[in-house]
Write a protein that binds this ligand. Structure first.
Ligand SMILES: Cc1ncc(COP(=O)(O)O)c(C=O)c1O
Length: 360
């Protein structure tokens, strides 16, 4: 099987099944003591600290909690508390991000402006308070320039929220270096955390003392087990939690992240560029299929999207030939190349089977 859908749901890495088996016996033997004796309570932060080097974040700035959508809602609300002005996003953003932005804008009576991806930079002006973008477009694979956009937003006094769902784990990201304010990302794509793995939230250490979680859940409290009637937020990034951490999912995510300390993200990016360049060459140039993804490697992430009328049928037939990609209606066939487990031979073979399907 050639699995080119790791940008949608990453496969389980070696060791994850064992760890998930182990948590079952811990649960059975330790019962409620597991929260403390096994430090289940600490998982959102211990996983956050494994994520920090992957996204180039400062120690203590990332928490693994809630779905990406919920994390985004919390951070957009937080940002709206900090600053007035319009919300700016682009039409390439993922629908859940757009729905969340619409709902926050409506509830807060803010103007939401949605522009074409190419127009983002020039659209940031003094009217904008918050820029919310996904770094790599889920449909086209186009990559936004995080450094330039963040710097331009800051030059107008605006804040930024980046969604890293399609970039974390496939390229270096330097949140701290570029002074990013807030970011979220998904655990189950290139990070292989498992179906429905929790997402994560980053809050710049410079802001954490000023932000108020819009959902004052007990896990955002300084001492949840004091059961105090008075709400006092946790001092650090823990204040972005809401309720009880989903331990079974978190344990899978934690095990999946064990591989990363041995991985050089610069090497990951150069292999990713090599894989996508080869695919673009074989399928675009040689087979003549329209490539929706930018051909310039500096402008794309780790996926390649093809536009063709029979995209849905192609993806279905390819699956019967052992190549898994996915279909995004109406006419996009999407292929994700996760450098940790996809090789150049896979790319070559996938292109050959695509040719076979199209000539049948
Ligand atoms: C860019 C982006 N943001 C958010 C999400 C949604 O994440 P979740 O289901 O964890 O809320 C997705 C899902 O594919 C996504 O691609």
């Amino acid at each position: 099987l050639i699995y080119l859908d790791g940008n949608s749901l990453g496969p389980p890495l070696i060791g994850v099944a064992d760890r998930v088996g182990q948590i079952m016996s811990e649960w059975q033997n330790d019962l409620i003591r597991g929260w403390w004796d096994r430090d289940w309570l600490g998982l959102p932060r211990s996983i956050g600290s494994r994520l920090e080097p992957i996204v180039g974040a400062e120690p203590g700035s990332v928490i693994c909690a809630d779905s990406t959508t919920v994390a985004l809602f919390k951070l957009v609300e937080v940002a709206c508390d900090l600053i007035d002005g319009d919300l700016l996003t682009d039409s390439g953003n993922f629908p859940t991000d757009l729905y969340v932005l619409n709902s926050v804008a409506r509830r807060r009576q803010r103007r939401l402006r949605m522009v074409e991806p190419e127009a983002v930079v020039e659209s940031i002006d003094e009217s904008v308070g918050l820029v919310v973008l996904t770094q790599v477009d889920f449909r086209t694979g186009r990559l936004h320039d995080l450094a330039t956009i963040t710097a331009r937003a800051h030059s107008f006094g605006a804040r930024v929220v980046w969604d890293l769902s399609h970039s974390a784990g496939v390229m270096p990201i330097e949140l701290a270096r570029h002074g990013v304010d807030l970011a979220v990302g998904c655990g189950y794509k290139y990070l292989n955390g498992g179906p429905g793995a929790p997402g994560y939230a980053y809050v710049s250490p410079a802001l954490i003392g000023q932000v108020v979680n819009p959902i004052n859940g007990w896990f955002s409290h300084r001492d949840p087990f004091a059961f105090s009637l008075e709400y006092v937020p946790a001092p650090g990034i823990e204040r972005m939690q809401v309720g009880t951490p989903p331990v079974l999912s978190l344990v899978a995510m934690e095990a999946a992240l064990e591989v990363w300390p041995d991985v050089d993200l610069g090497e990951v990016r150069s292999k990713s560029v090599g894989l996508t360049s080869l695919f673009i060459d074989l399928v675009g140039a040689k087979l003549g299929i329209e490539v929706l993804t930018p051909v310039d490697p500096n402008l794309r992430g780790g996926q390649v999207s093809l536009r063709l009328a029979r995209a849905g049928a192609l993806i279905e037939t390819l699956a019967t030939k052992g190549v898994v990609g996915d279909f995004r209606p109406p006419d996009v066939a999407r292929f994700g190349f996760s450098p940790l487990y996809i090789g150049f031979v896979d790319v070559w073979e996938a292109a050959r089977r695509i040719e076979e399907c199209l000539s049948a």
